[in-house]
Design a protein around this ligand. Structure first.
Ligand code: NAP
Length: 372
């Protein structure tokens, strides 16, 4: 069995990955080794036969002994460890949730329901780096990928509503703390039906603005607020998150040399888990809406087309409806006032599953099958 090192399993993405690996019985097919950047030597917390204590994620000789490494630790870790490991001639498979290697020429961005042929060709040609895509990109393609596969998209613009979980475990905790602080600032008034809403509004605004409001992780209030910038500035007016849209989508589709134009704004909202995005698509032709529905249904078995009706949208097309499931919902599908080639859509999916952990888990299965 292939020796598989798991790094970053304690974080948001890693925890979901381990949960899915247990659900799909993946630990039976590998010899797992758990690494940590902070708890080396501690006992392994999982009920897996013959498991070793946690290994040091910076110990290059231990990493060199692995056939496969799956890292959910983040870009800083990858940038520190990966070059040294490869520099010493390590020829194993590197599967990574972080963006550090995504756009490298010797790496493939994995989303197998959409780009299995790209992955297979990469394996055959000796590629060893398989990297999970940006969460909003992967979820957009799991929702709307059928239209891209049919080459029907001339351009698309997305406006995202990204959940707290996209920023990691400590940020999720802090959002809940912020919500609790807000509620606590007016709980007496909320219990009194005669209290003034303007007073409640004033006190919550004061609470958000107070220097006691917990903002260590976000640097800004997120509860009762939204943040219209995600990740760093790249100097052209886009955020790094917005830059990834066109670059990664076209790389996943294997068409970086003939890219579809994609752009938009990425916004953090106070949803706990699951990213949403509103997308405007310019199609290459006026495709009838029924045909659009049929093409989207064929995107993957996890793609779920939701009727463009109020009730269906409010109950089936929300972060609360899809969180914890593998379904990616796509709805609000209609032709826009601009003309028959203009399609509006809204997609929502659990970015910890299809947006992060699931493509990595499935890549592990693909490698095991390829090597057997
Ligand atoms: P995370 O939750 O912050 O976890 C990363 C590491 O932080 C953990 O493995 C753990 O390492 C350490 N850590 C520190 N305090 C922790 C705490 N209180 N609870 C749990 N772990 C803690 O990060 P993440 O969201 O999983 O992201 C990991 C990578 O995946 C990043 O590169 C990110 O960009 C990428 N990614 C994330 C998402 C997403 O939706 N979150 C989606 C796609 C890609 P030790 O155990 O070694 O201390």
């Amino acid at each position: 069995m292939l020796k598989t090192g798991l790094i970053g399993w304690r974080g948001m993405v890693g925890s979901v990955l381990i949960e899915r690996m247990f659900s799909e019985d993946n630990f039976r097919s590998i010899h797992p080794y758990f690494f940590s950047t902070s708890q080396a030597g501690a006992s392994n917390p999982f009920d897996i036969p013959d498991s070793q204590p946690l290994m040091d994620a910076f110990d290059i000789s231990c990493l060199q002994a692995m056939d496969i490494i799956i890292s959910c630790q983040g870009s800083v870790y990858t940038k520190q460890v990966y070059p040294e490991l490869r520099g010493l001639g390590w020829a194993g498979y590197w599967i990574d949730a972080s963006s550090a290697l995504r756009l490298n020429h010797d790496a493939i961005i994995v989303l197998d329901p959409v780009n299995r042929s790209v992955i297979d060709a990469g394996l055959e040609s000796g590629i060893k780096n398989f990297i999970g895509g940006n969460c909003t990109v992967s979820l957009m393609l799991m929702g709307l990928g059928g239209l891209f596969k049919e080459d029907l998209v001339e351009w698309a613009s997305s406006m995202t509503y990204q959940a707290a979980s996209g920023a990691g475990s400590n940020n999720m905790r802090e959002l809940i703390m912020q919500m609790g602080r807000l509620e606590g600032s007016v709980s007496d008034l909320l219990n009194d039906p005669k209290s003034s809403i303007l007073e409640i509004d004033r006190l919550t605004r004061e609470c958000i603005a107070s220097d006691k409001f917990p903002i260590t992780e976000w640097n800004q209030p997120l509860a009762g607020n939204l943040l219209p910038w995600i990740d760093s500035e790249i100097g052209n007016g886009q955020s790094r998150e917005e830059f990834k849209n066109q670059a990664e989508t076209n790389k996943i589709l294997g068409r970086s040399n003939n890219p579809v134009a994609l752009d938009g704004l990425c916004v953090r909202v106070g949803a706990m888990r699951s990213h949403s995005q509103a997308v405007t698509l310019k199609l290459r032709q006026d495709v009838p809406l029924d045909d659009v529905h049929a093409i989207l249904r064929n995107t993957s078995v996890w793609t779920r087309v939701v009727q463009n009706k109020k009730d269906a949208s409010l109950t089936e097309l929300t972060p609360a409806a899809v969180s914890g499931t593998l379904q990616v919902a796509v709805g609000r599908l209609r032709k826009m006032n601009m003309g028959g080639q203009y399609l509006s859509a809204f997609t929502v999916g659990d970015q910890l599953l299809w947006g992060a952990a699931e493509p990595l888990r499935r890549m592990l299965e693909i490698i095991i099958e390829f090597e057997s």
